[in-house]
Design a protein around this ligand. Structure first.
Ligand SMILES: [Zn+2]
Length: 414
């Protein structure tokens, strides 16, 4: 993409009402725009990152047999009355002109269970797993953590349906592995822990994926010896590690980047969702649900992967892998070479942002490139072009290499 065509402009000043680092960095570099607290527009750069995260998640969930659907965001309140969740404090309530009460979806159990009930009747139809990427609405009292806690946000929610708990437990482990692969590809694996959390009314425990981060709203205890992680809501802070029995539990701030729940028959019982089992008897369908907030994941990456110049994206989710910057573009051969390199990379299907802007000084171009944080930067300047070279800089390591123009693609190592 030609940067001269990008309608967004970087901001010199961070918005004064934005206190969270993730939103400051993302707003300043032109990834997102704040409409009001907890509600953001995804600008072209931000949407590219979200779409890449979405694709990583889609690949990994398809690998564990998820079937993608798209359920509505408008839900009948009646379904929530049926599950007893009509008074959840984050529900946005609304209604049709005729007076029928609706809510804006904050989760989709109340939609997916009646949906699956229409299609699944026998043990032969199980197990089945469906997922979607859909906007969720939560009427949060406070939303001060930038895109970590939105009032409107994109979420991947996966629901699995089983004949018995044994089958659920097996799938639950597969989802854990898929989540670790997702977090690895998004560059946060090293600081992300599978954490024991309260199971609420569903079961004894659930699991959260918590990423250590000073900006996090959660507190977890991690055992320094065996790496067990436990949410503070379920642990006595004086206690020894329940796993290795040592006094090595250390408190950390963290962000919940994913959660997985064994719902068992909680929702199927509310809707009387049963199947005929092998013995010809009716039995409750057993369920699991598994969430990842895409904006929150993006915000977490920004919180833990940055330097004083700006964001450093992991390569799988960078808005662009390569950022070409033209210097001395009043020089004809610089311009011609720059265009050639840009076209070559496009032909190779490499994601490339091309800073062909005429009205910016080199210092401004470099500064903005650091803020945007693409994986590799190619600098095309008069001095180097005369020697048949370009400069390639790695955003994460700062490493600089001078590369023959013909060898750019192989030296990029994307
Ligand atoms: Zn331990």
């Amino acid at each position: 993409m030609r940067q001269s065509q990008l309608f967004t402009k970087s901001l010199k000043q961070v918005p004064s009402d934005e206190t969270s680092l993730n939103a400051q960095l993302l707003i300043q570099a032109g990834f997102i725009d704040k409409l009001f607290s907890g509600v953001y527009t995804l600008l072209p750069l931000g949407l590219r990152v979200i779409k890449k995260i979405e694709n990583v998640i889609r690949e990994e969930i398809n690998n564990i047999d998820g079937q993608e659907v798209y359920m509505p965001a408008l839900h009948p309140l009646q379904n929530y009355i049926q599950t007893g969740r009509q008074d959840i404090d984050v529900l946005f309530n609304t209604e049709l002109k005729g007076g029928s009460k609706l809510v804006l979806g904050q989760s989709h159990e109340e939609v997916v269970v009646p949906l699956m009930q229409k299609h699944i009747h026998s043990y032969k139809d199980l197990p089945t797993k469906v997922y979607q990427f859909q906007t969720k609405f939560r009427n949060e009292l406070r939303a001060k953590s930038g895109i970590l806690r939105g009032r409107e946000f994109m979420m991947k929610d996966l629901y699995s349906f089983h004949l018995d708990e044994e089958d659920l437990n097996e799938y639950y482990k597969l989802v854990q592995k898929a989540y670790f692969r997702i977090f690895k590809r998004c560059g946060i694996l090293g600081s992300t822990y599978l954490t024991f959390a309260s199971g609420g009314s569903f079961s004894q425990f659930s699991h959260e994926f918590q990423t250590l981060c000073v900006a996090g709203e959660d507190n977890i205890y991690v055992c320094d010896k065996c790496n067990l992680a436990i949410n503070e809501e379920i642990i006595d802070v004086q206690s020894d590690c329940p796993n290795c029995k040592t006094k090595k539990l250390i408190k950390h701030k963290s962000i919940e980047v994913g959660n997985i729940f064994k719902l068992k028959n909680k929702f199927s019982a509310s809707f009387d969702f049963q199947v005929t089992n092998q013995n010809g008897e009716q039995s409750d369908v057993i369920m699991g649900c598994y969430g990842i907030g895409l904006g929150r994941l993006m915000g977490t990456v920004v919180e833990i992967s940055n330097d004083k110049e700006g964001i450093i994206w992991p390569k799988e989710i960078a808005p662009f892998n390569v950022h070409i910057i033209l210097i001395n573009q009043d020089n004809e051969s610089v311009k011609v070479r720059g265009e050639e390199i840009y076209q070559n990379l496009l032909d190779m299907k490499i994601d490339v942002l091309y800073d062909d802007r005429l009205d910016s000084r080199p210092g401004e171009k470099f500064s903005l490139a650091d803020k945007i944080g693409c994986t590799k930067r190619i600098i095309v300047s008069k001095k180097n072009i005369e020697k048949g070279l370009v400069e390639i800089k790695n955003r994460a390591t700062g490493e600089v290499e001078f590369v023959n123009i013909d060898e750019i693609v192989q030296k990029l190592q994307l």
